[in-house]
Design a protein around this ligand. Structure first.
Ligand code: ATP
Length: 297
């Protein structure tokens, strides 16, 4: 089931077309990354699905129905860091958040602090927290009301590597308990490490969407090596339907459309022809390389 479906969403700010007909589906239980360079429309998209902005054209639905107050309660969000009181503890800050938003209950506060691993520090003043802890408290606030979906805009912005790793671990942990997480980021590396699915936006248009694996790999590249590379190459040439063969620095690269290359069959063919393969690796494109390729940056 899809928790969120967008159908041709358009949004302009005066002459600036921020979203030009974006359609995408977020399957339940995924960690869905919305990736794009600055100004590509990520924040606009999140603001629309959270009813902060309205779209000019197009529709979206949460949980298969048009958004309602009841549906909205199942969605926790963090678009901007909330203004916590520096001299108050995490518990007292969350009490205030609860009384303003009406989400969740006082009894839930300990539970959300456990979830973000701040329970031990629940009575410390907010001002004594590291940036990573502050961001985890913001996520705890978004978790009040036990939402089944969490929407986060640039959740690791401004954090140091330790803080980033803490947020990454938290996202993984929340995902394991069944929460669907939708996050916008321009940090490709982070998206690659934590997301199961990705949508790439470029100047308001969706240019790729799918599982991270699918978006990464639009073609198969097999690295293959042997002690007699020339012999290996001529044997590969003789194999039917093998795709293109290129000579890399020290290895031979066999390239073909996604799913077309069968390493085991190639290995068996070479073996039968009397050549021992000493290297056989399917190369994975990194998201960053693919991102730059798609956005021509
Ligand atoms: P960033 O990574 O920099 O936050 P983004 O991908 O979230 O960027 P948006 O903030 O959605 O992108 O902006 C998309 C486009 O819309 C940009 O060209 C931006 O300048 C423009 N824009 C956003 N908000 C407004 C606004 N309130 N008024 C006018 N233009 C806006």
């Amino acid at each position: 089931m899809d928790v969120l479906a967008l159908d041709s969403i358009h949004k302009s700010y005066g002459p600036i077309q921020a979203l030009k007909g974006v359609s995408l589906n977020v399957p339940q239980g995924t960690v869905y990354g919305i990736l794009g360079p600055n100004g590509s429309g990520k924040t606009t998209l999140l603001s629309i699905i959270l009813d902060v902005l309205s779209a000019d054209k197009g529709n979206y639905s949460w949980f298969g129905t048009i958004s309602s107050k009841y549906q909205r309660r199942k969605i926790g969000s963090l678009l901007e860091t909330p203004n916590f009181y520096h001299y108050l503890s995490a518990v007292n800050n969350l009490k205030i958040t609860h009384s303003i938003s009406g989400r969740g209950s006082i009894a839930e506060i300990d539970e959300v602090l456990h979830k973000v691993n701040l329970y031990e520090r629940r009575n410390s003043r907010f001002s004594t927290y590291s940036l990573g802890m502050k961001q985890r408290l913001a996520i705890a606030a978004a978790l009040l009301g036990n939402p089944s979906v969490l929407v986060l805009d640039e959740p690791t912005n401004g954090l140091d590597p330790v803080g980033i790793a803490e947020i990454r671990a938290l996202i993984r942990q929340l995902s394991l308990t069944g929460t669907t997480i939708i996050l916008a980021s321009h940090l490709l590396d982070e998206v690659e490490k934590v997301c199961t699915h990705v949508a790439i936006l470029k100047t308001g248009q969706l240019i790729a969407e799918g599982t991270v694996e699918d978006v990464l790999a639009d073609e198969d590249i097999l690295e293959i090596g042997a002690s007699e590379p020339e012999q290996l190459k001529s044997i590969l040439w003789s194999m039917k339907d093998i795709g293109t063969i290129e000579t890399g620095e020290s290895l031979i690269l066999v390239k073909g459309p996604k799913g077309s290359i069968d390493p085991a069959a190639i290995n068996a063919y070479c073996h039968a022809a009397g050549i021992t393969v000493n290297h056989l690796v399917m190369r994975k494109k990194r998201l960053e390389a693919r991102f730059f390729e798609l956005t021509n940056n």
